[in-house]
Design a protein. Structure first.
Length: 302
């Protein structure tokens, strides 16, 4: 399964979960099954692992696991609480989330995530939804495009690029990744073209899949489904995600300041286990260059 996606910081994630052999654990981003497969090694016959993923390819990977402790749930992790309830689970001992796009999704050019091949502007993780990257670039107005490029992609010239996209599509709509890249070439800083393209593609992918909204829903529900002493382990790959995770762990909400009760006590469901970010070591960076932006945070339910 590592051909599909090399699991990042595998041992660090396992250590963060503090697995009890008879416990109930959740991997909300199954992907190629690397993390799930490792978790199963630590569970007894009385333990249980429920793994979520909305991608059809992940479902195929999950079908290869023959283990009585394993349950695959084909759903977005923003529906965590609902699907746990459907499977007869109230509270769990640990939740793992490896955010971002799998290596397989990037490498499969037809999905439209990659800047390296020409394909339909798609970028859907769940191919059952209607919104695609093609719809975003061809139908969003200039103000909307400026917002997502600036916030989700942290594109410095987001305003001028948004205006150019709107102007360009009057002549011909954007259909493929290379159609879009042809325009991006005019705006990319010299020597940093690929990074610029990746920032724009990231912004579109986040919008198409409502990744920020899904992450907020998931974090809020993780506090509800974790038992006291249960672990939340989240790995993010860009600053927007990491900021939300950090804020939620430290303040109990993804945005804003921590709330306090009548007596001035902070109301927050988690305490951070690692004050300092956990990042890949040099050996892993050398073996898997895609792990370089990974940031791991571990928290315990109070």
């Amino acid at each position: 399964m590592t051909d599909y996606h090399v699991p990042v910081m595998l041992q660090e994630c396992i250590e963060g979960l503090a697995i009890k052999p008879e416990g109930i654990f959740v991997d909300v981003t199954f992907g190629g099954g690397g993390h799930s497969g490792e978790i199963l090694k630590y569970l007894s016959e009385d333990g249980r692992l429920l793994s979520f993923d909305q991608d059809d390819d992940a479902k195929v990977n999950a079908s290869k696991i023959n283990n009585r402790s394993f349950t695959f749930v084909q759903a977005n992790f923003r529906h965590l609480r609902r699907y746990l309830k459907l499977h007869g689970v109230g509270q769990v001992d640990g939740v793992l989330a490896d955010l971002g796009v799998s290596s397989h999704q990037i490498d499969e050019v037809s999905r439209g995530f990659s800047i390296r091949g020409d394909a339909e502007l798609d970028m859907r993780m769940d191919r059952g939804v209607e919104l695609t990257a093609r719809k975003v670039v061809n139908e969003y107005d200039e103000k909307q495009l400026h917002k997502i490029l600036g916030i989700y992609g942290e594109v410095r010239n987001a305003k001028s690029l948004a205006a150019a996209i709107v102007s360009e599509r009057f002549a011909a709509s954007f259909k493929t990744t290379f159609d879009l890249i042809a325009l991006l070439k005019k705006f990319a800083p010299r020597g940093r073209e690929n990074k610029y393209y990746a920032q724009v593609f990231q912004a579109l992918r986040i919008e198409v899949n409502d990744e920020m909204g899904a992450l907020e829903d998931f974090l809020n529900q993780s506090a509800e489904v974790l038992k006291p002493g249960g672990r939340l382990v989240v790995m993010s790959y860009h600053s927007l995600e990491d900021r939300m995770v950090k804020n939620f762990i430290n303040k109990g909400k993804v945005f804003g300041d921590v709330e306090k009760d009548f007596f001035g006590n902070e109301i927050k469901p988690f305490k951070a286990i690692n004050r300092k970010l956990i990042q890949p070591n040099q050996q892993e960076l050398k073996a898997n260059s895609r792990s370089r932006s990974a940031k791991l945070r571990v928290a315990e339910r109070i």
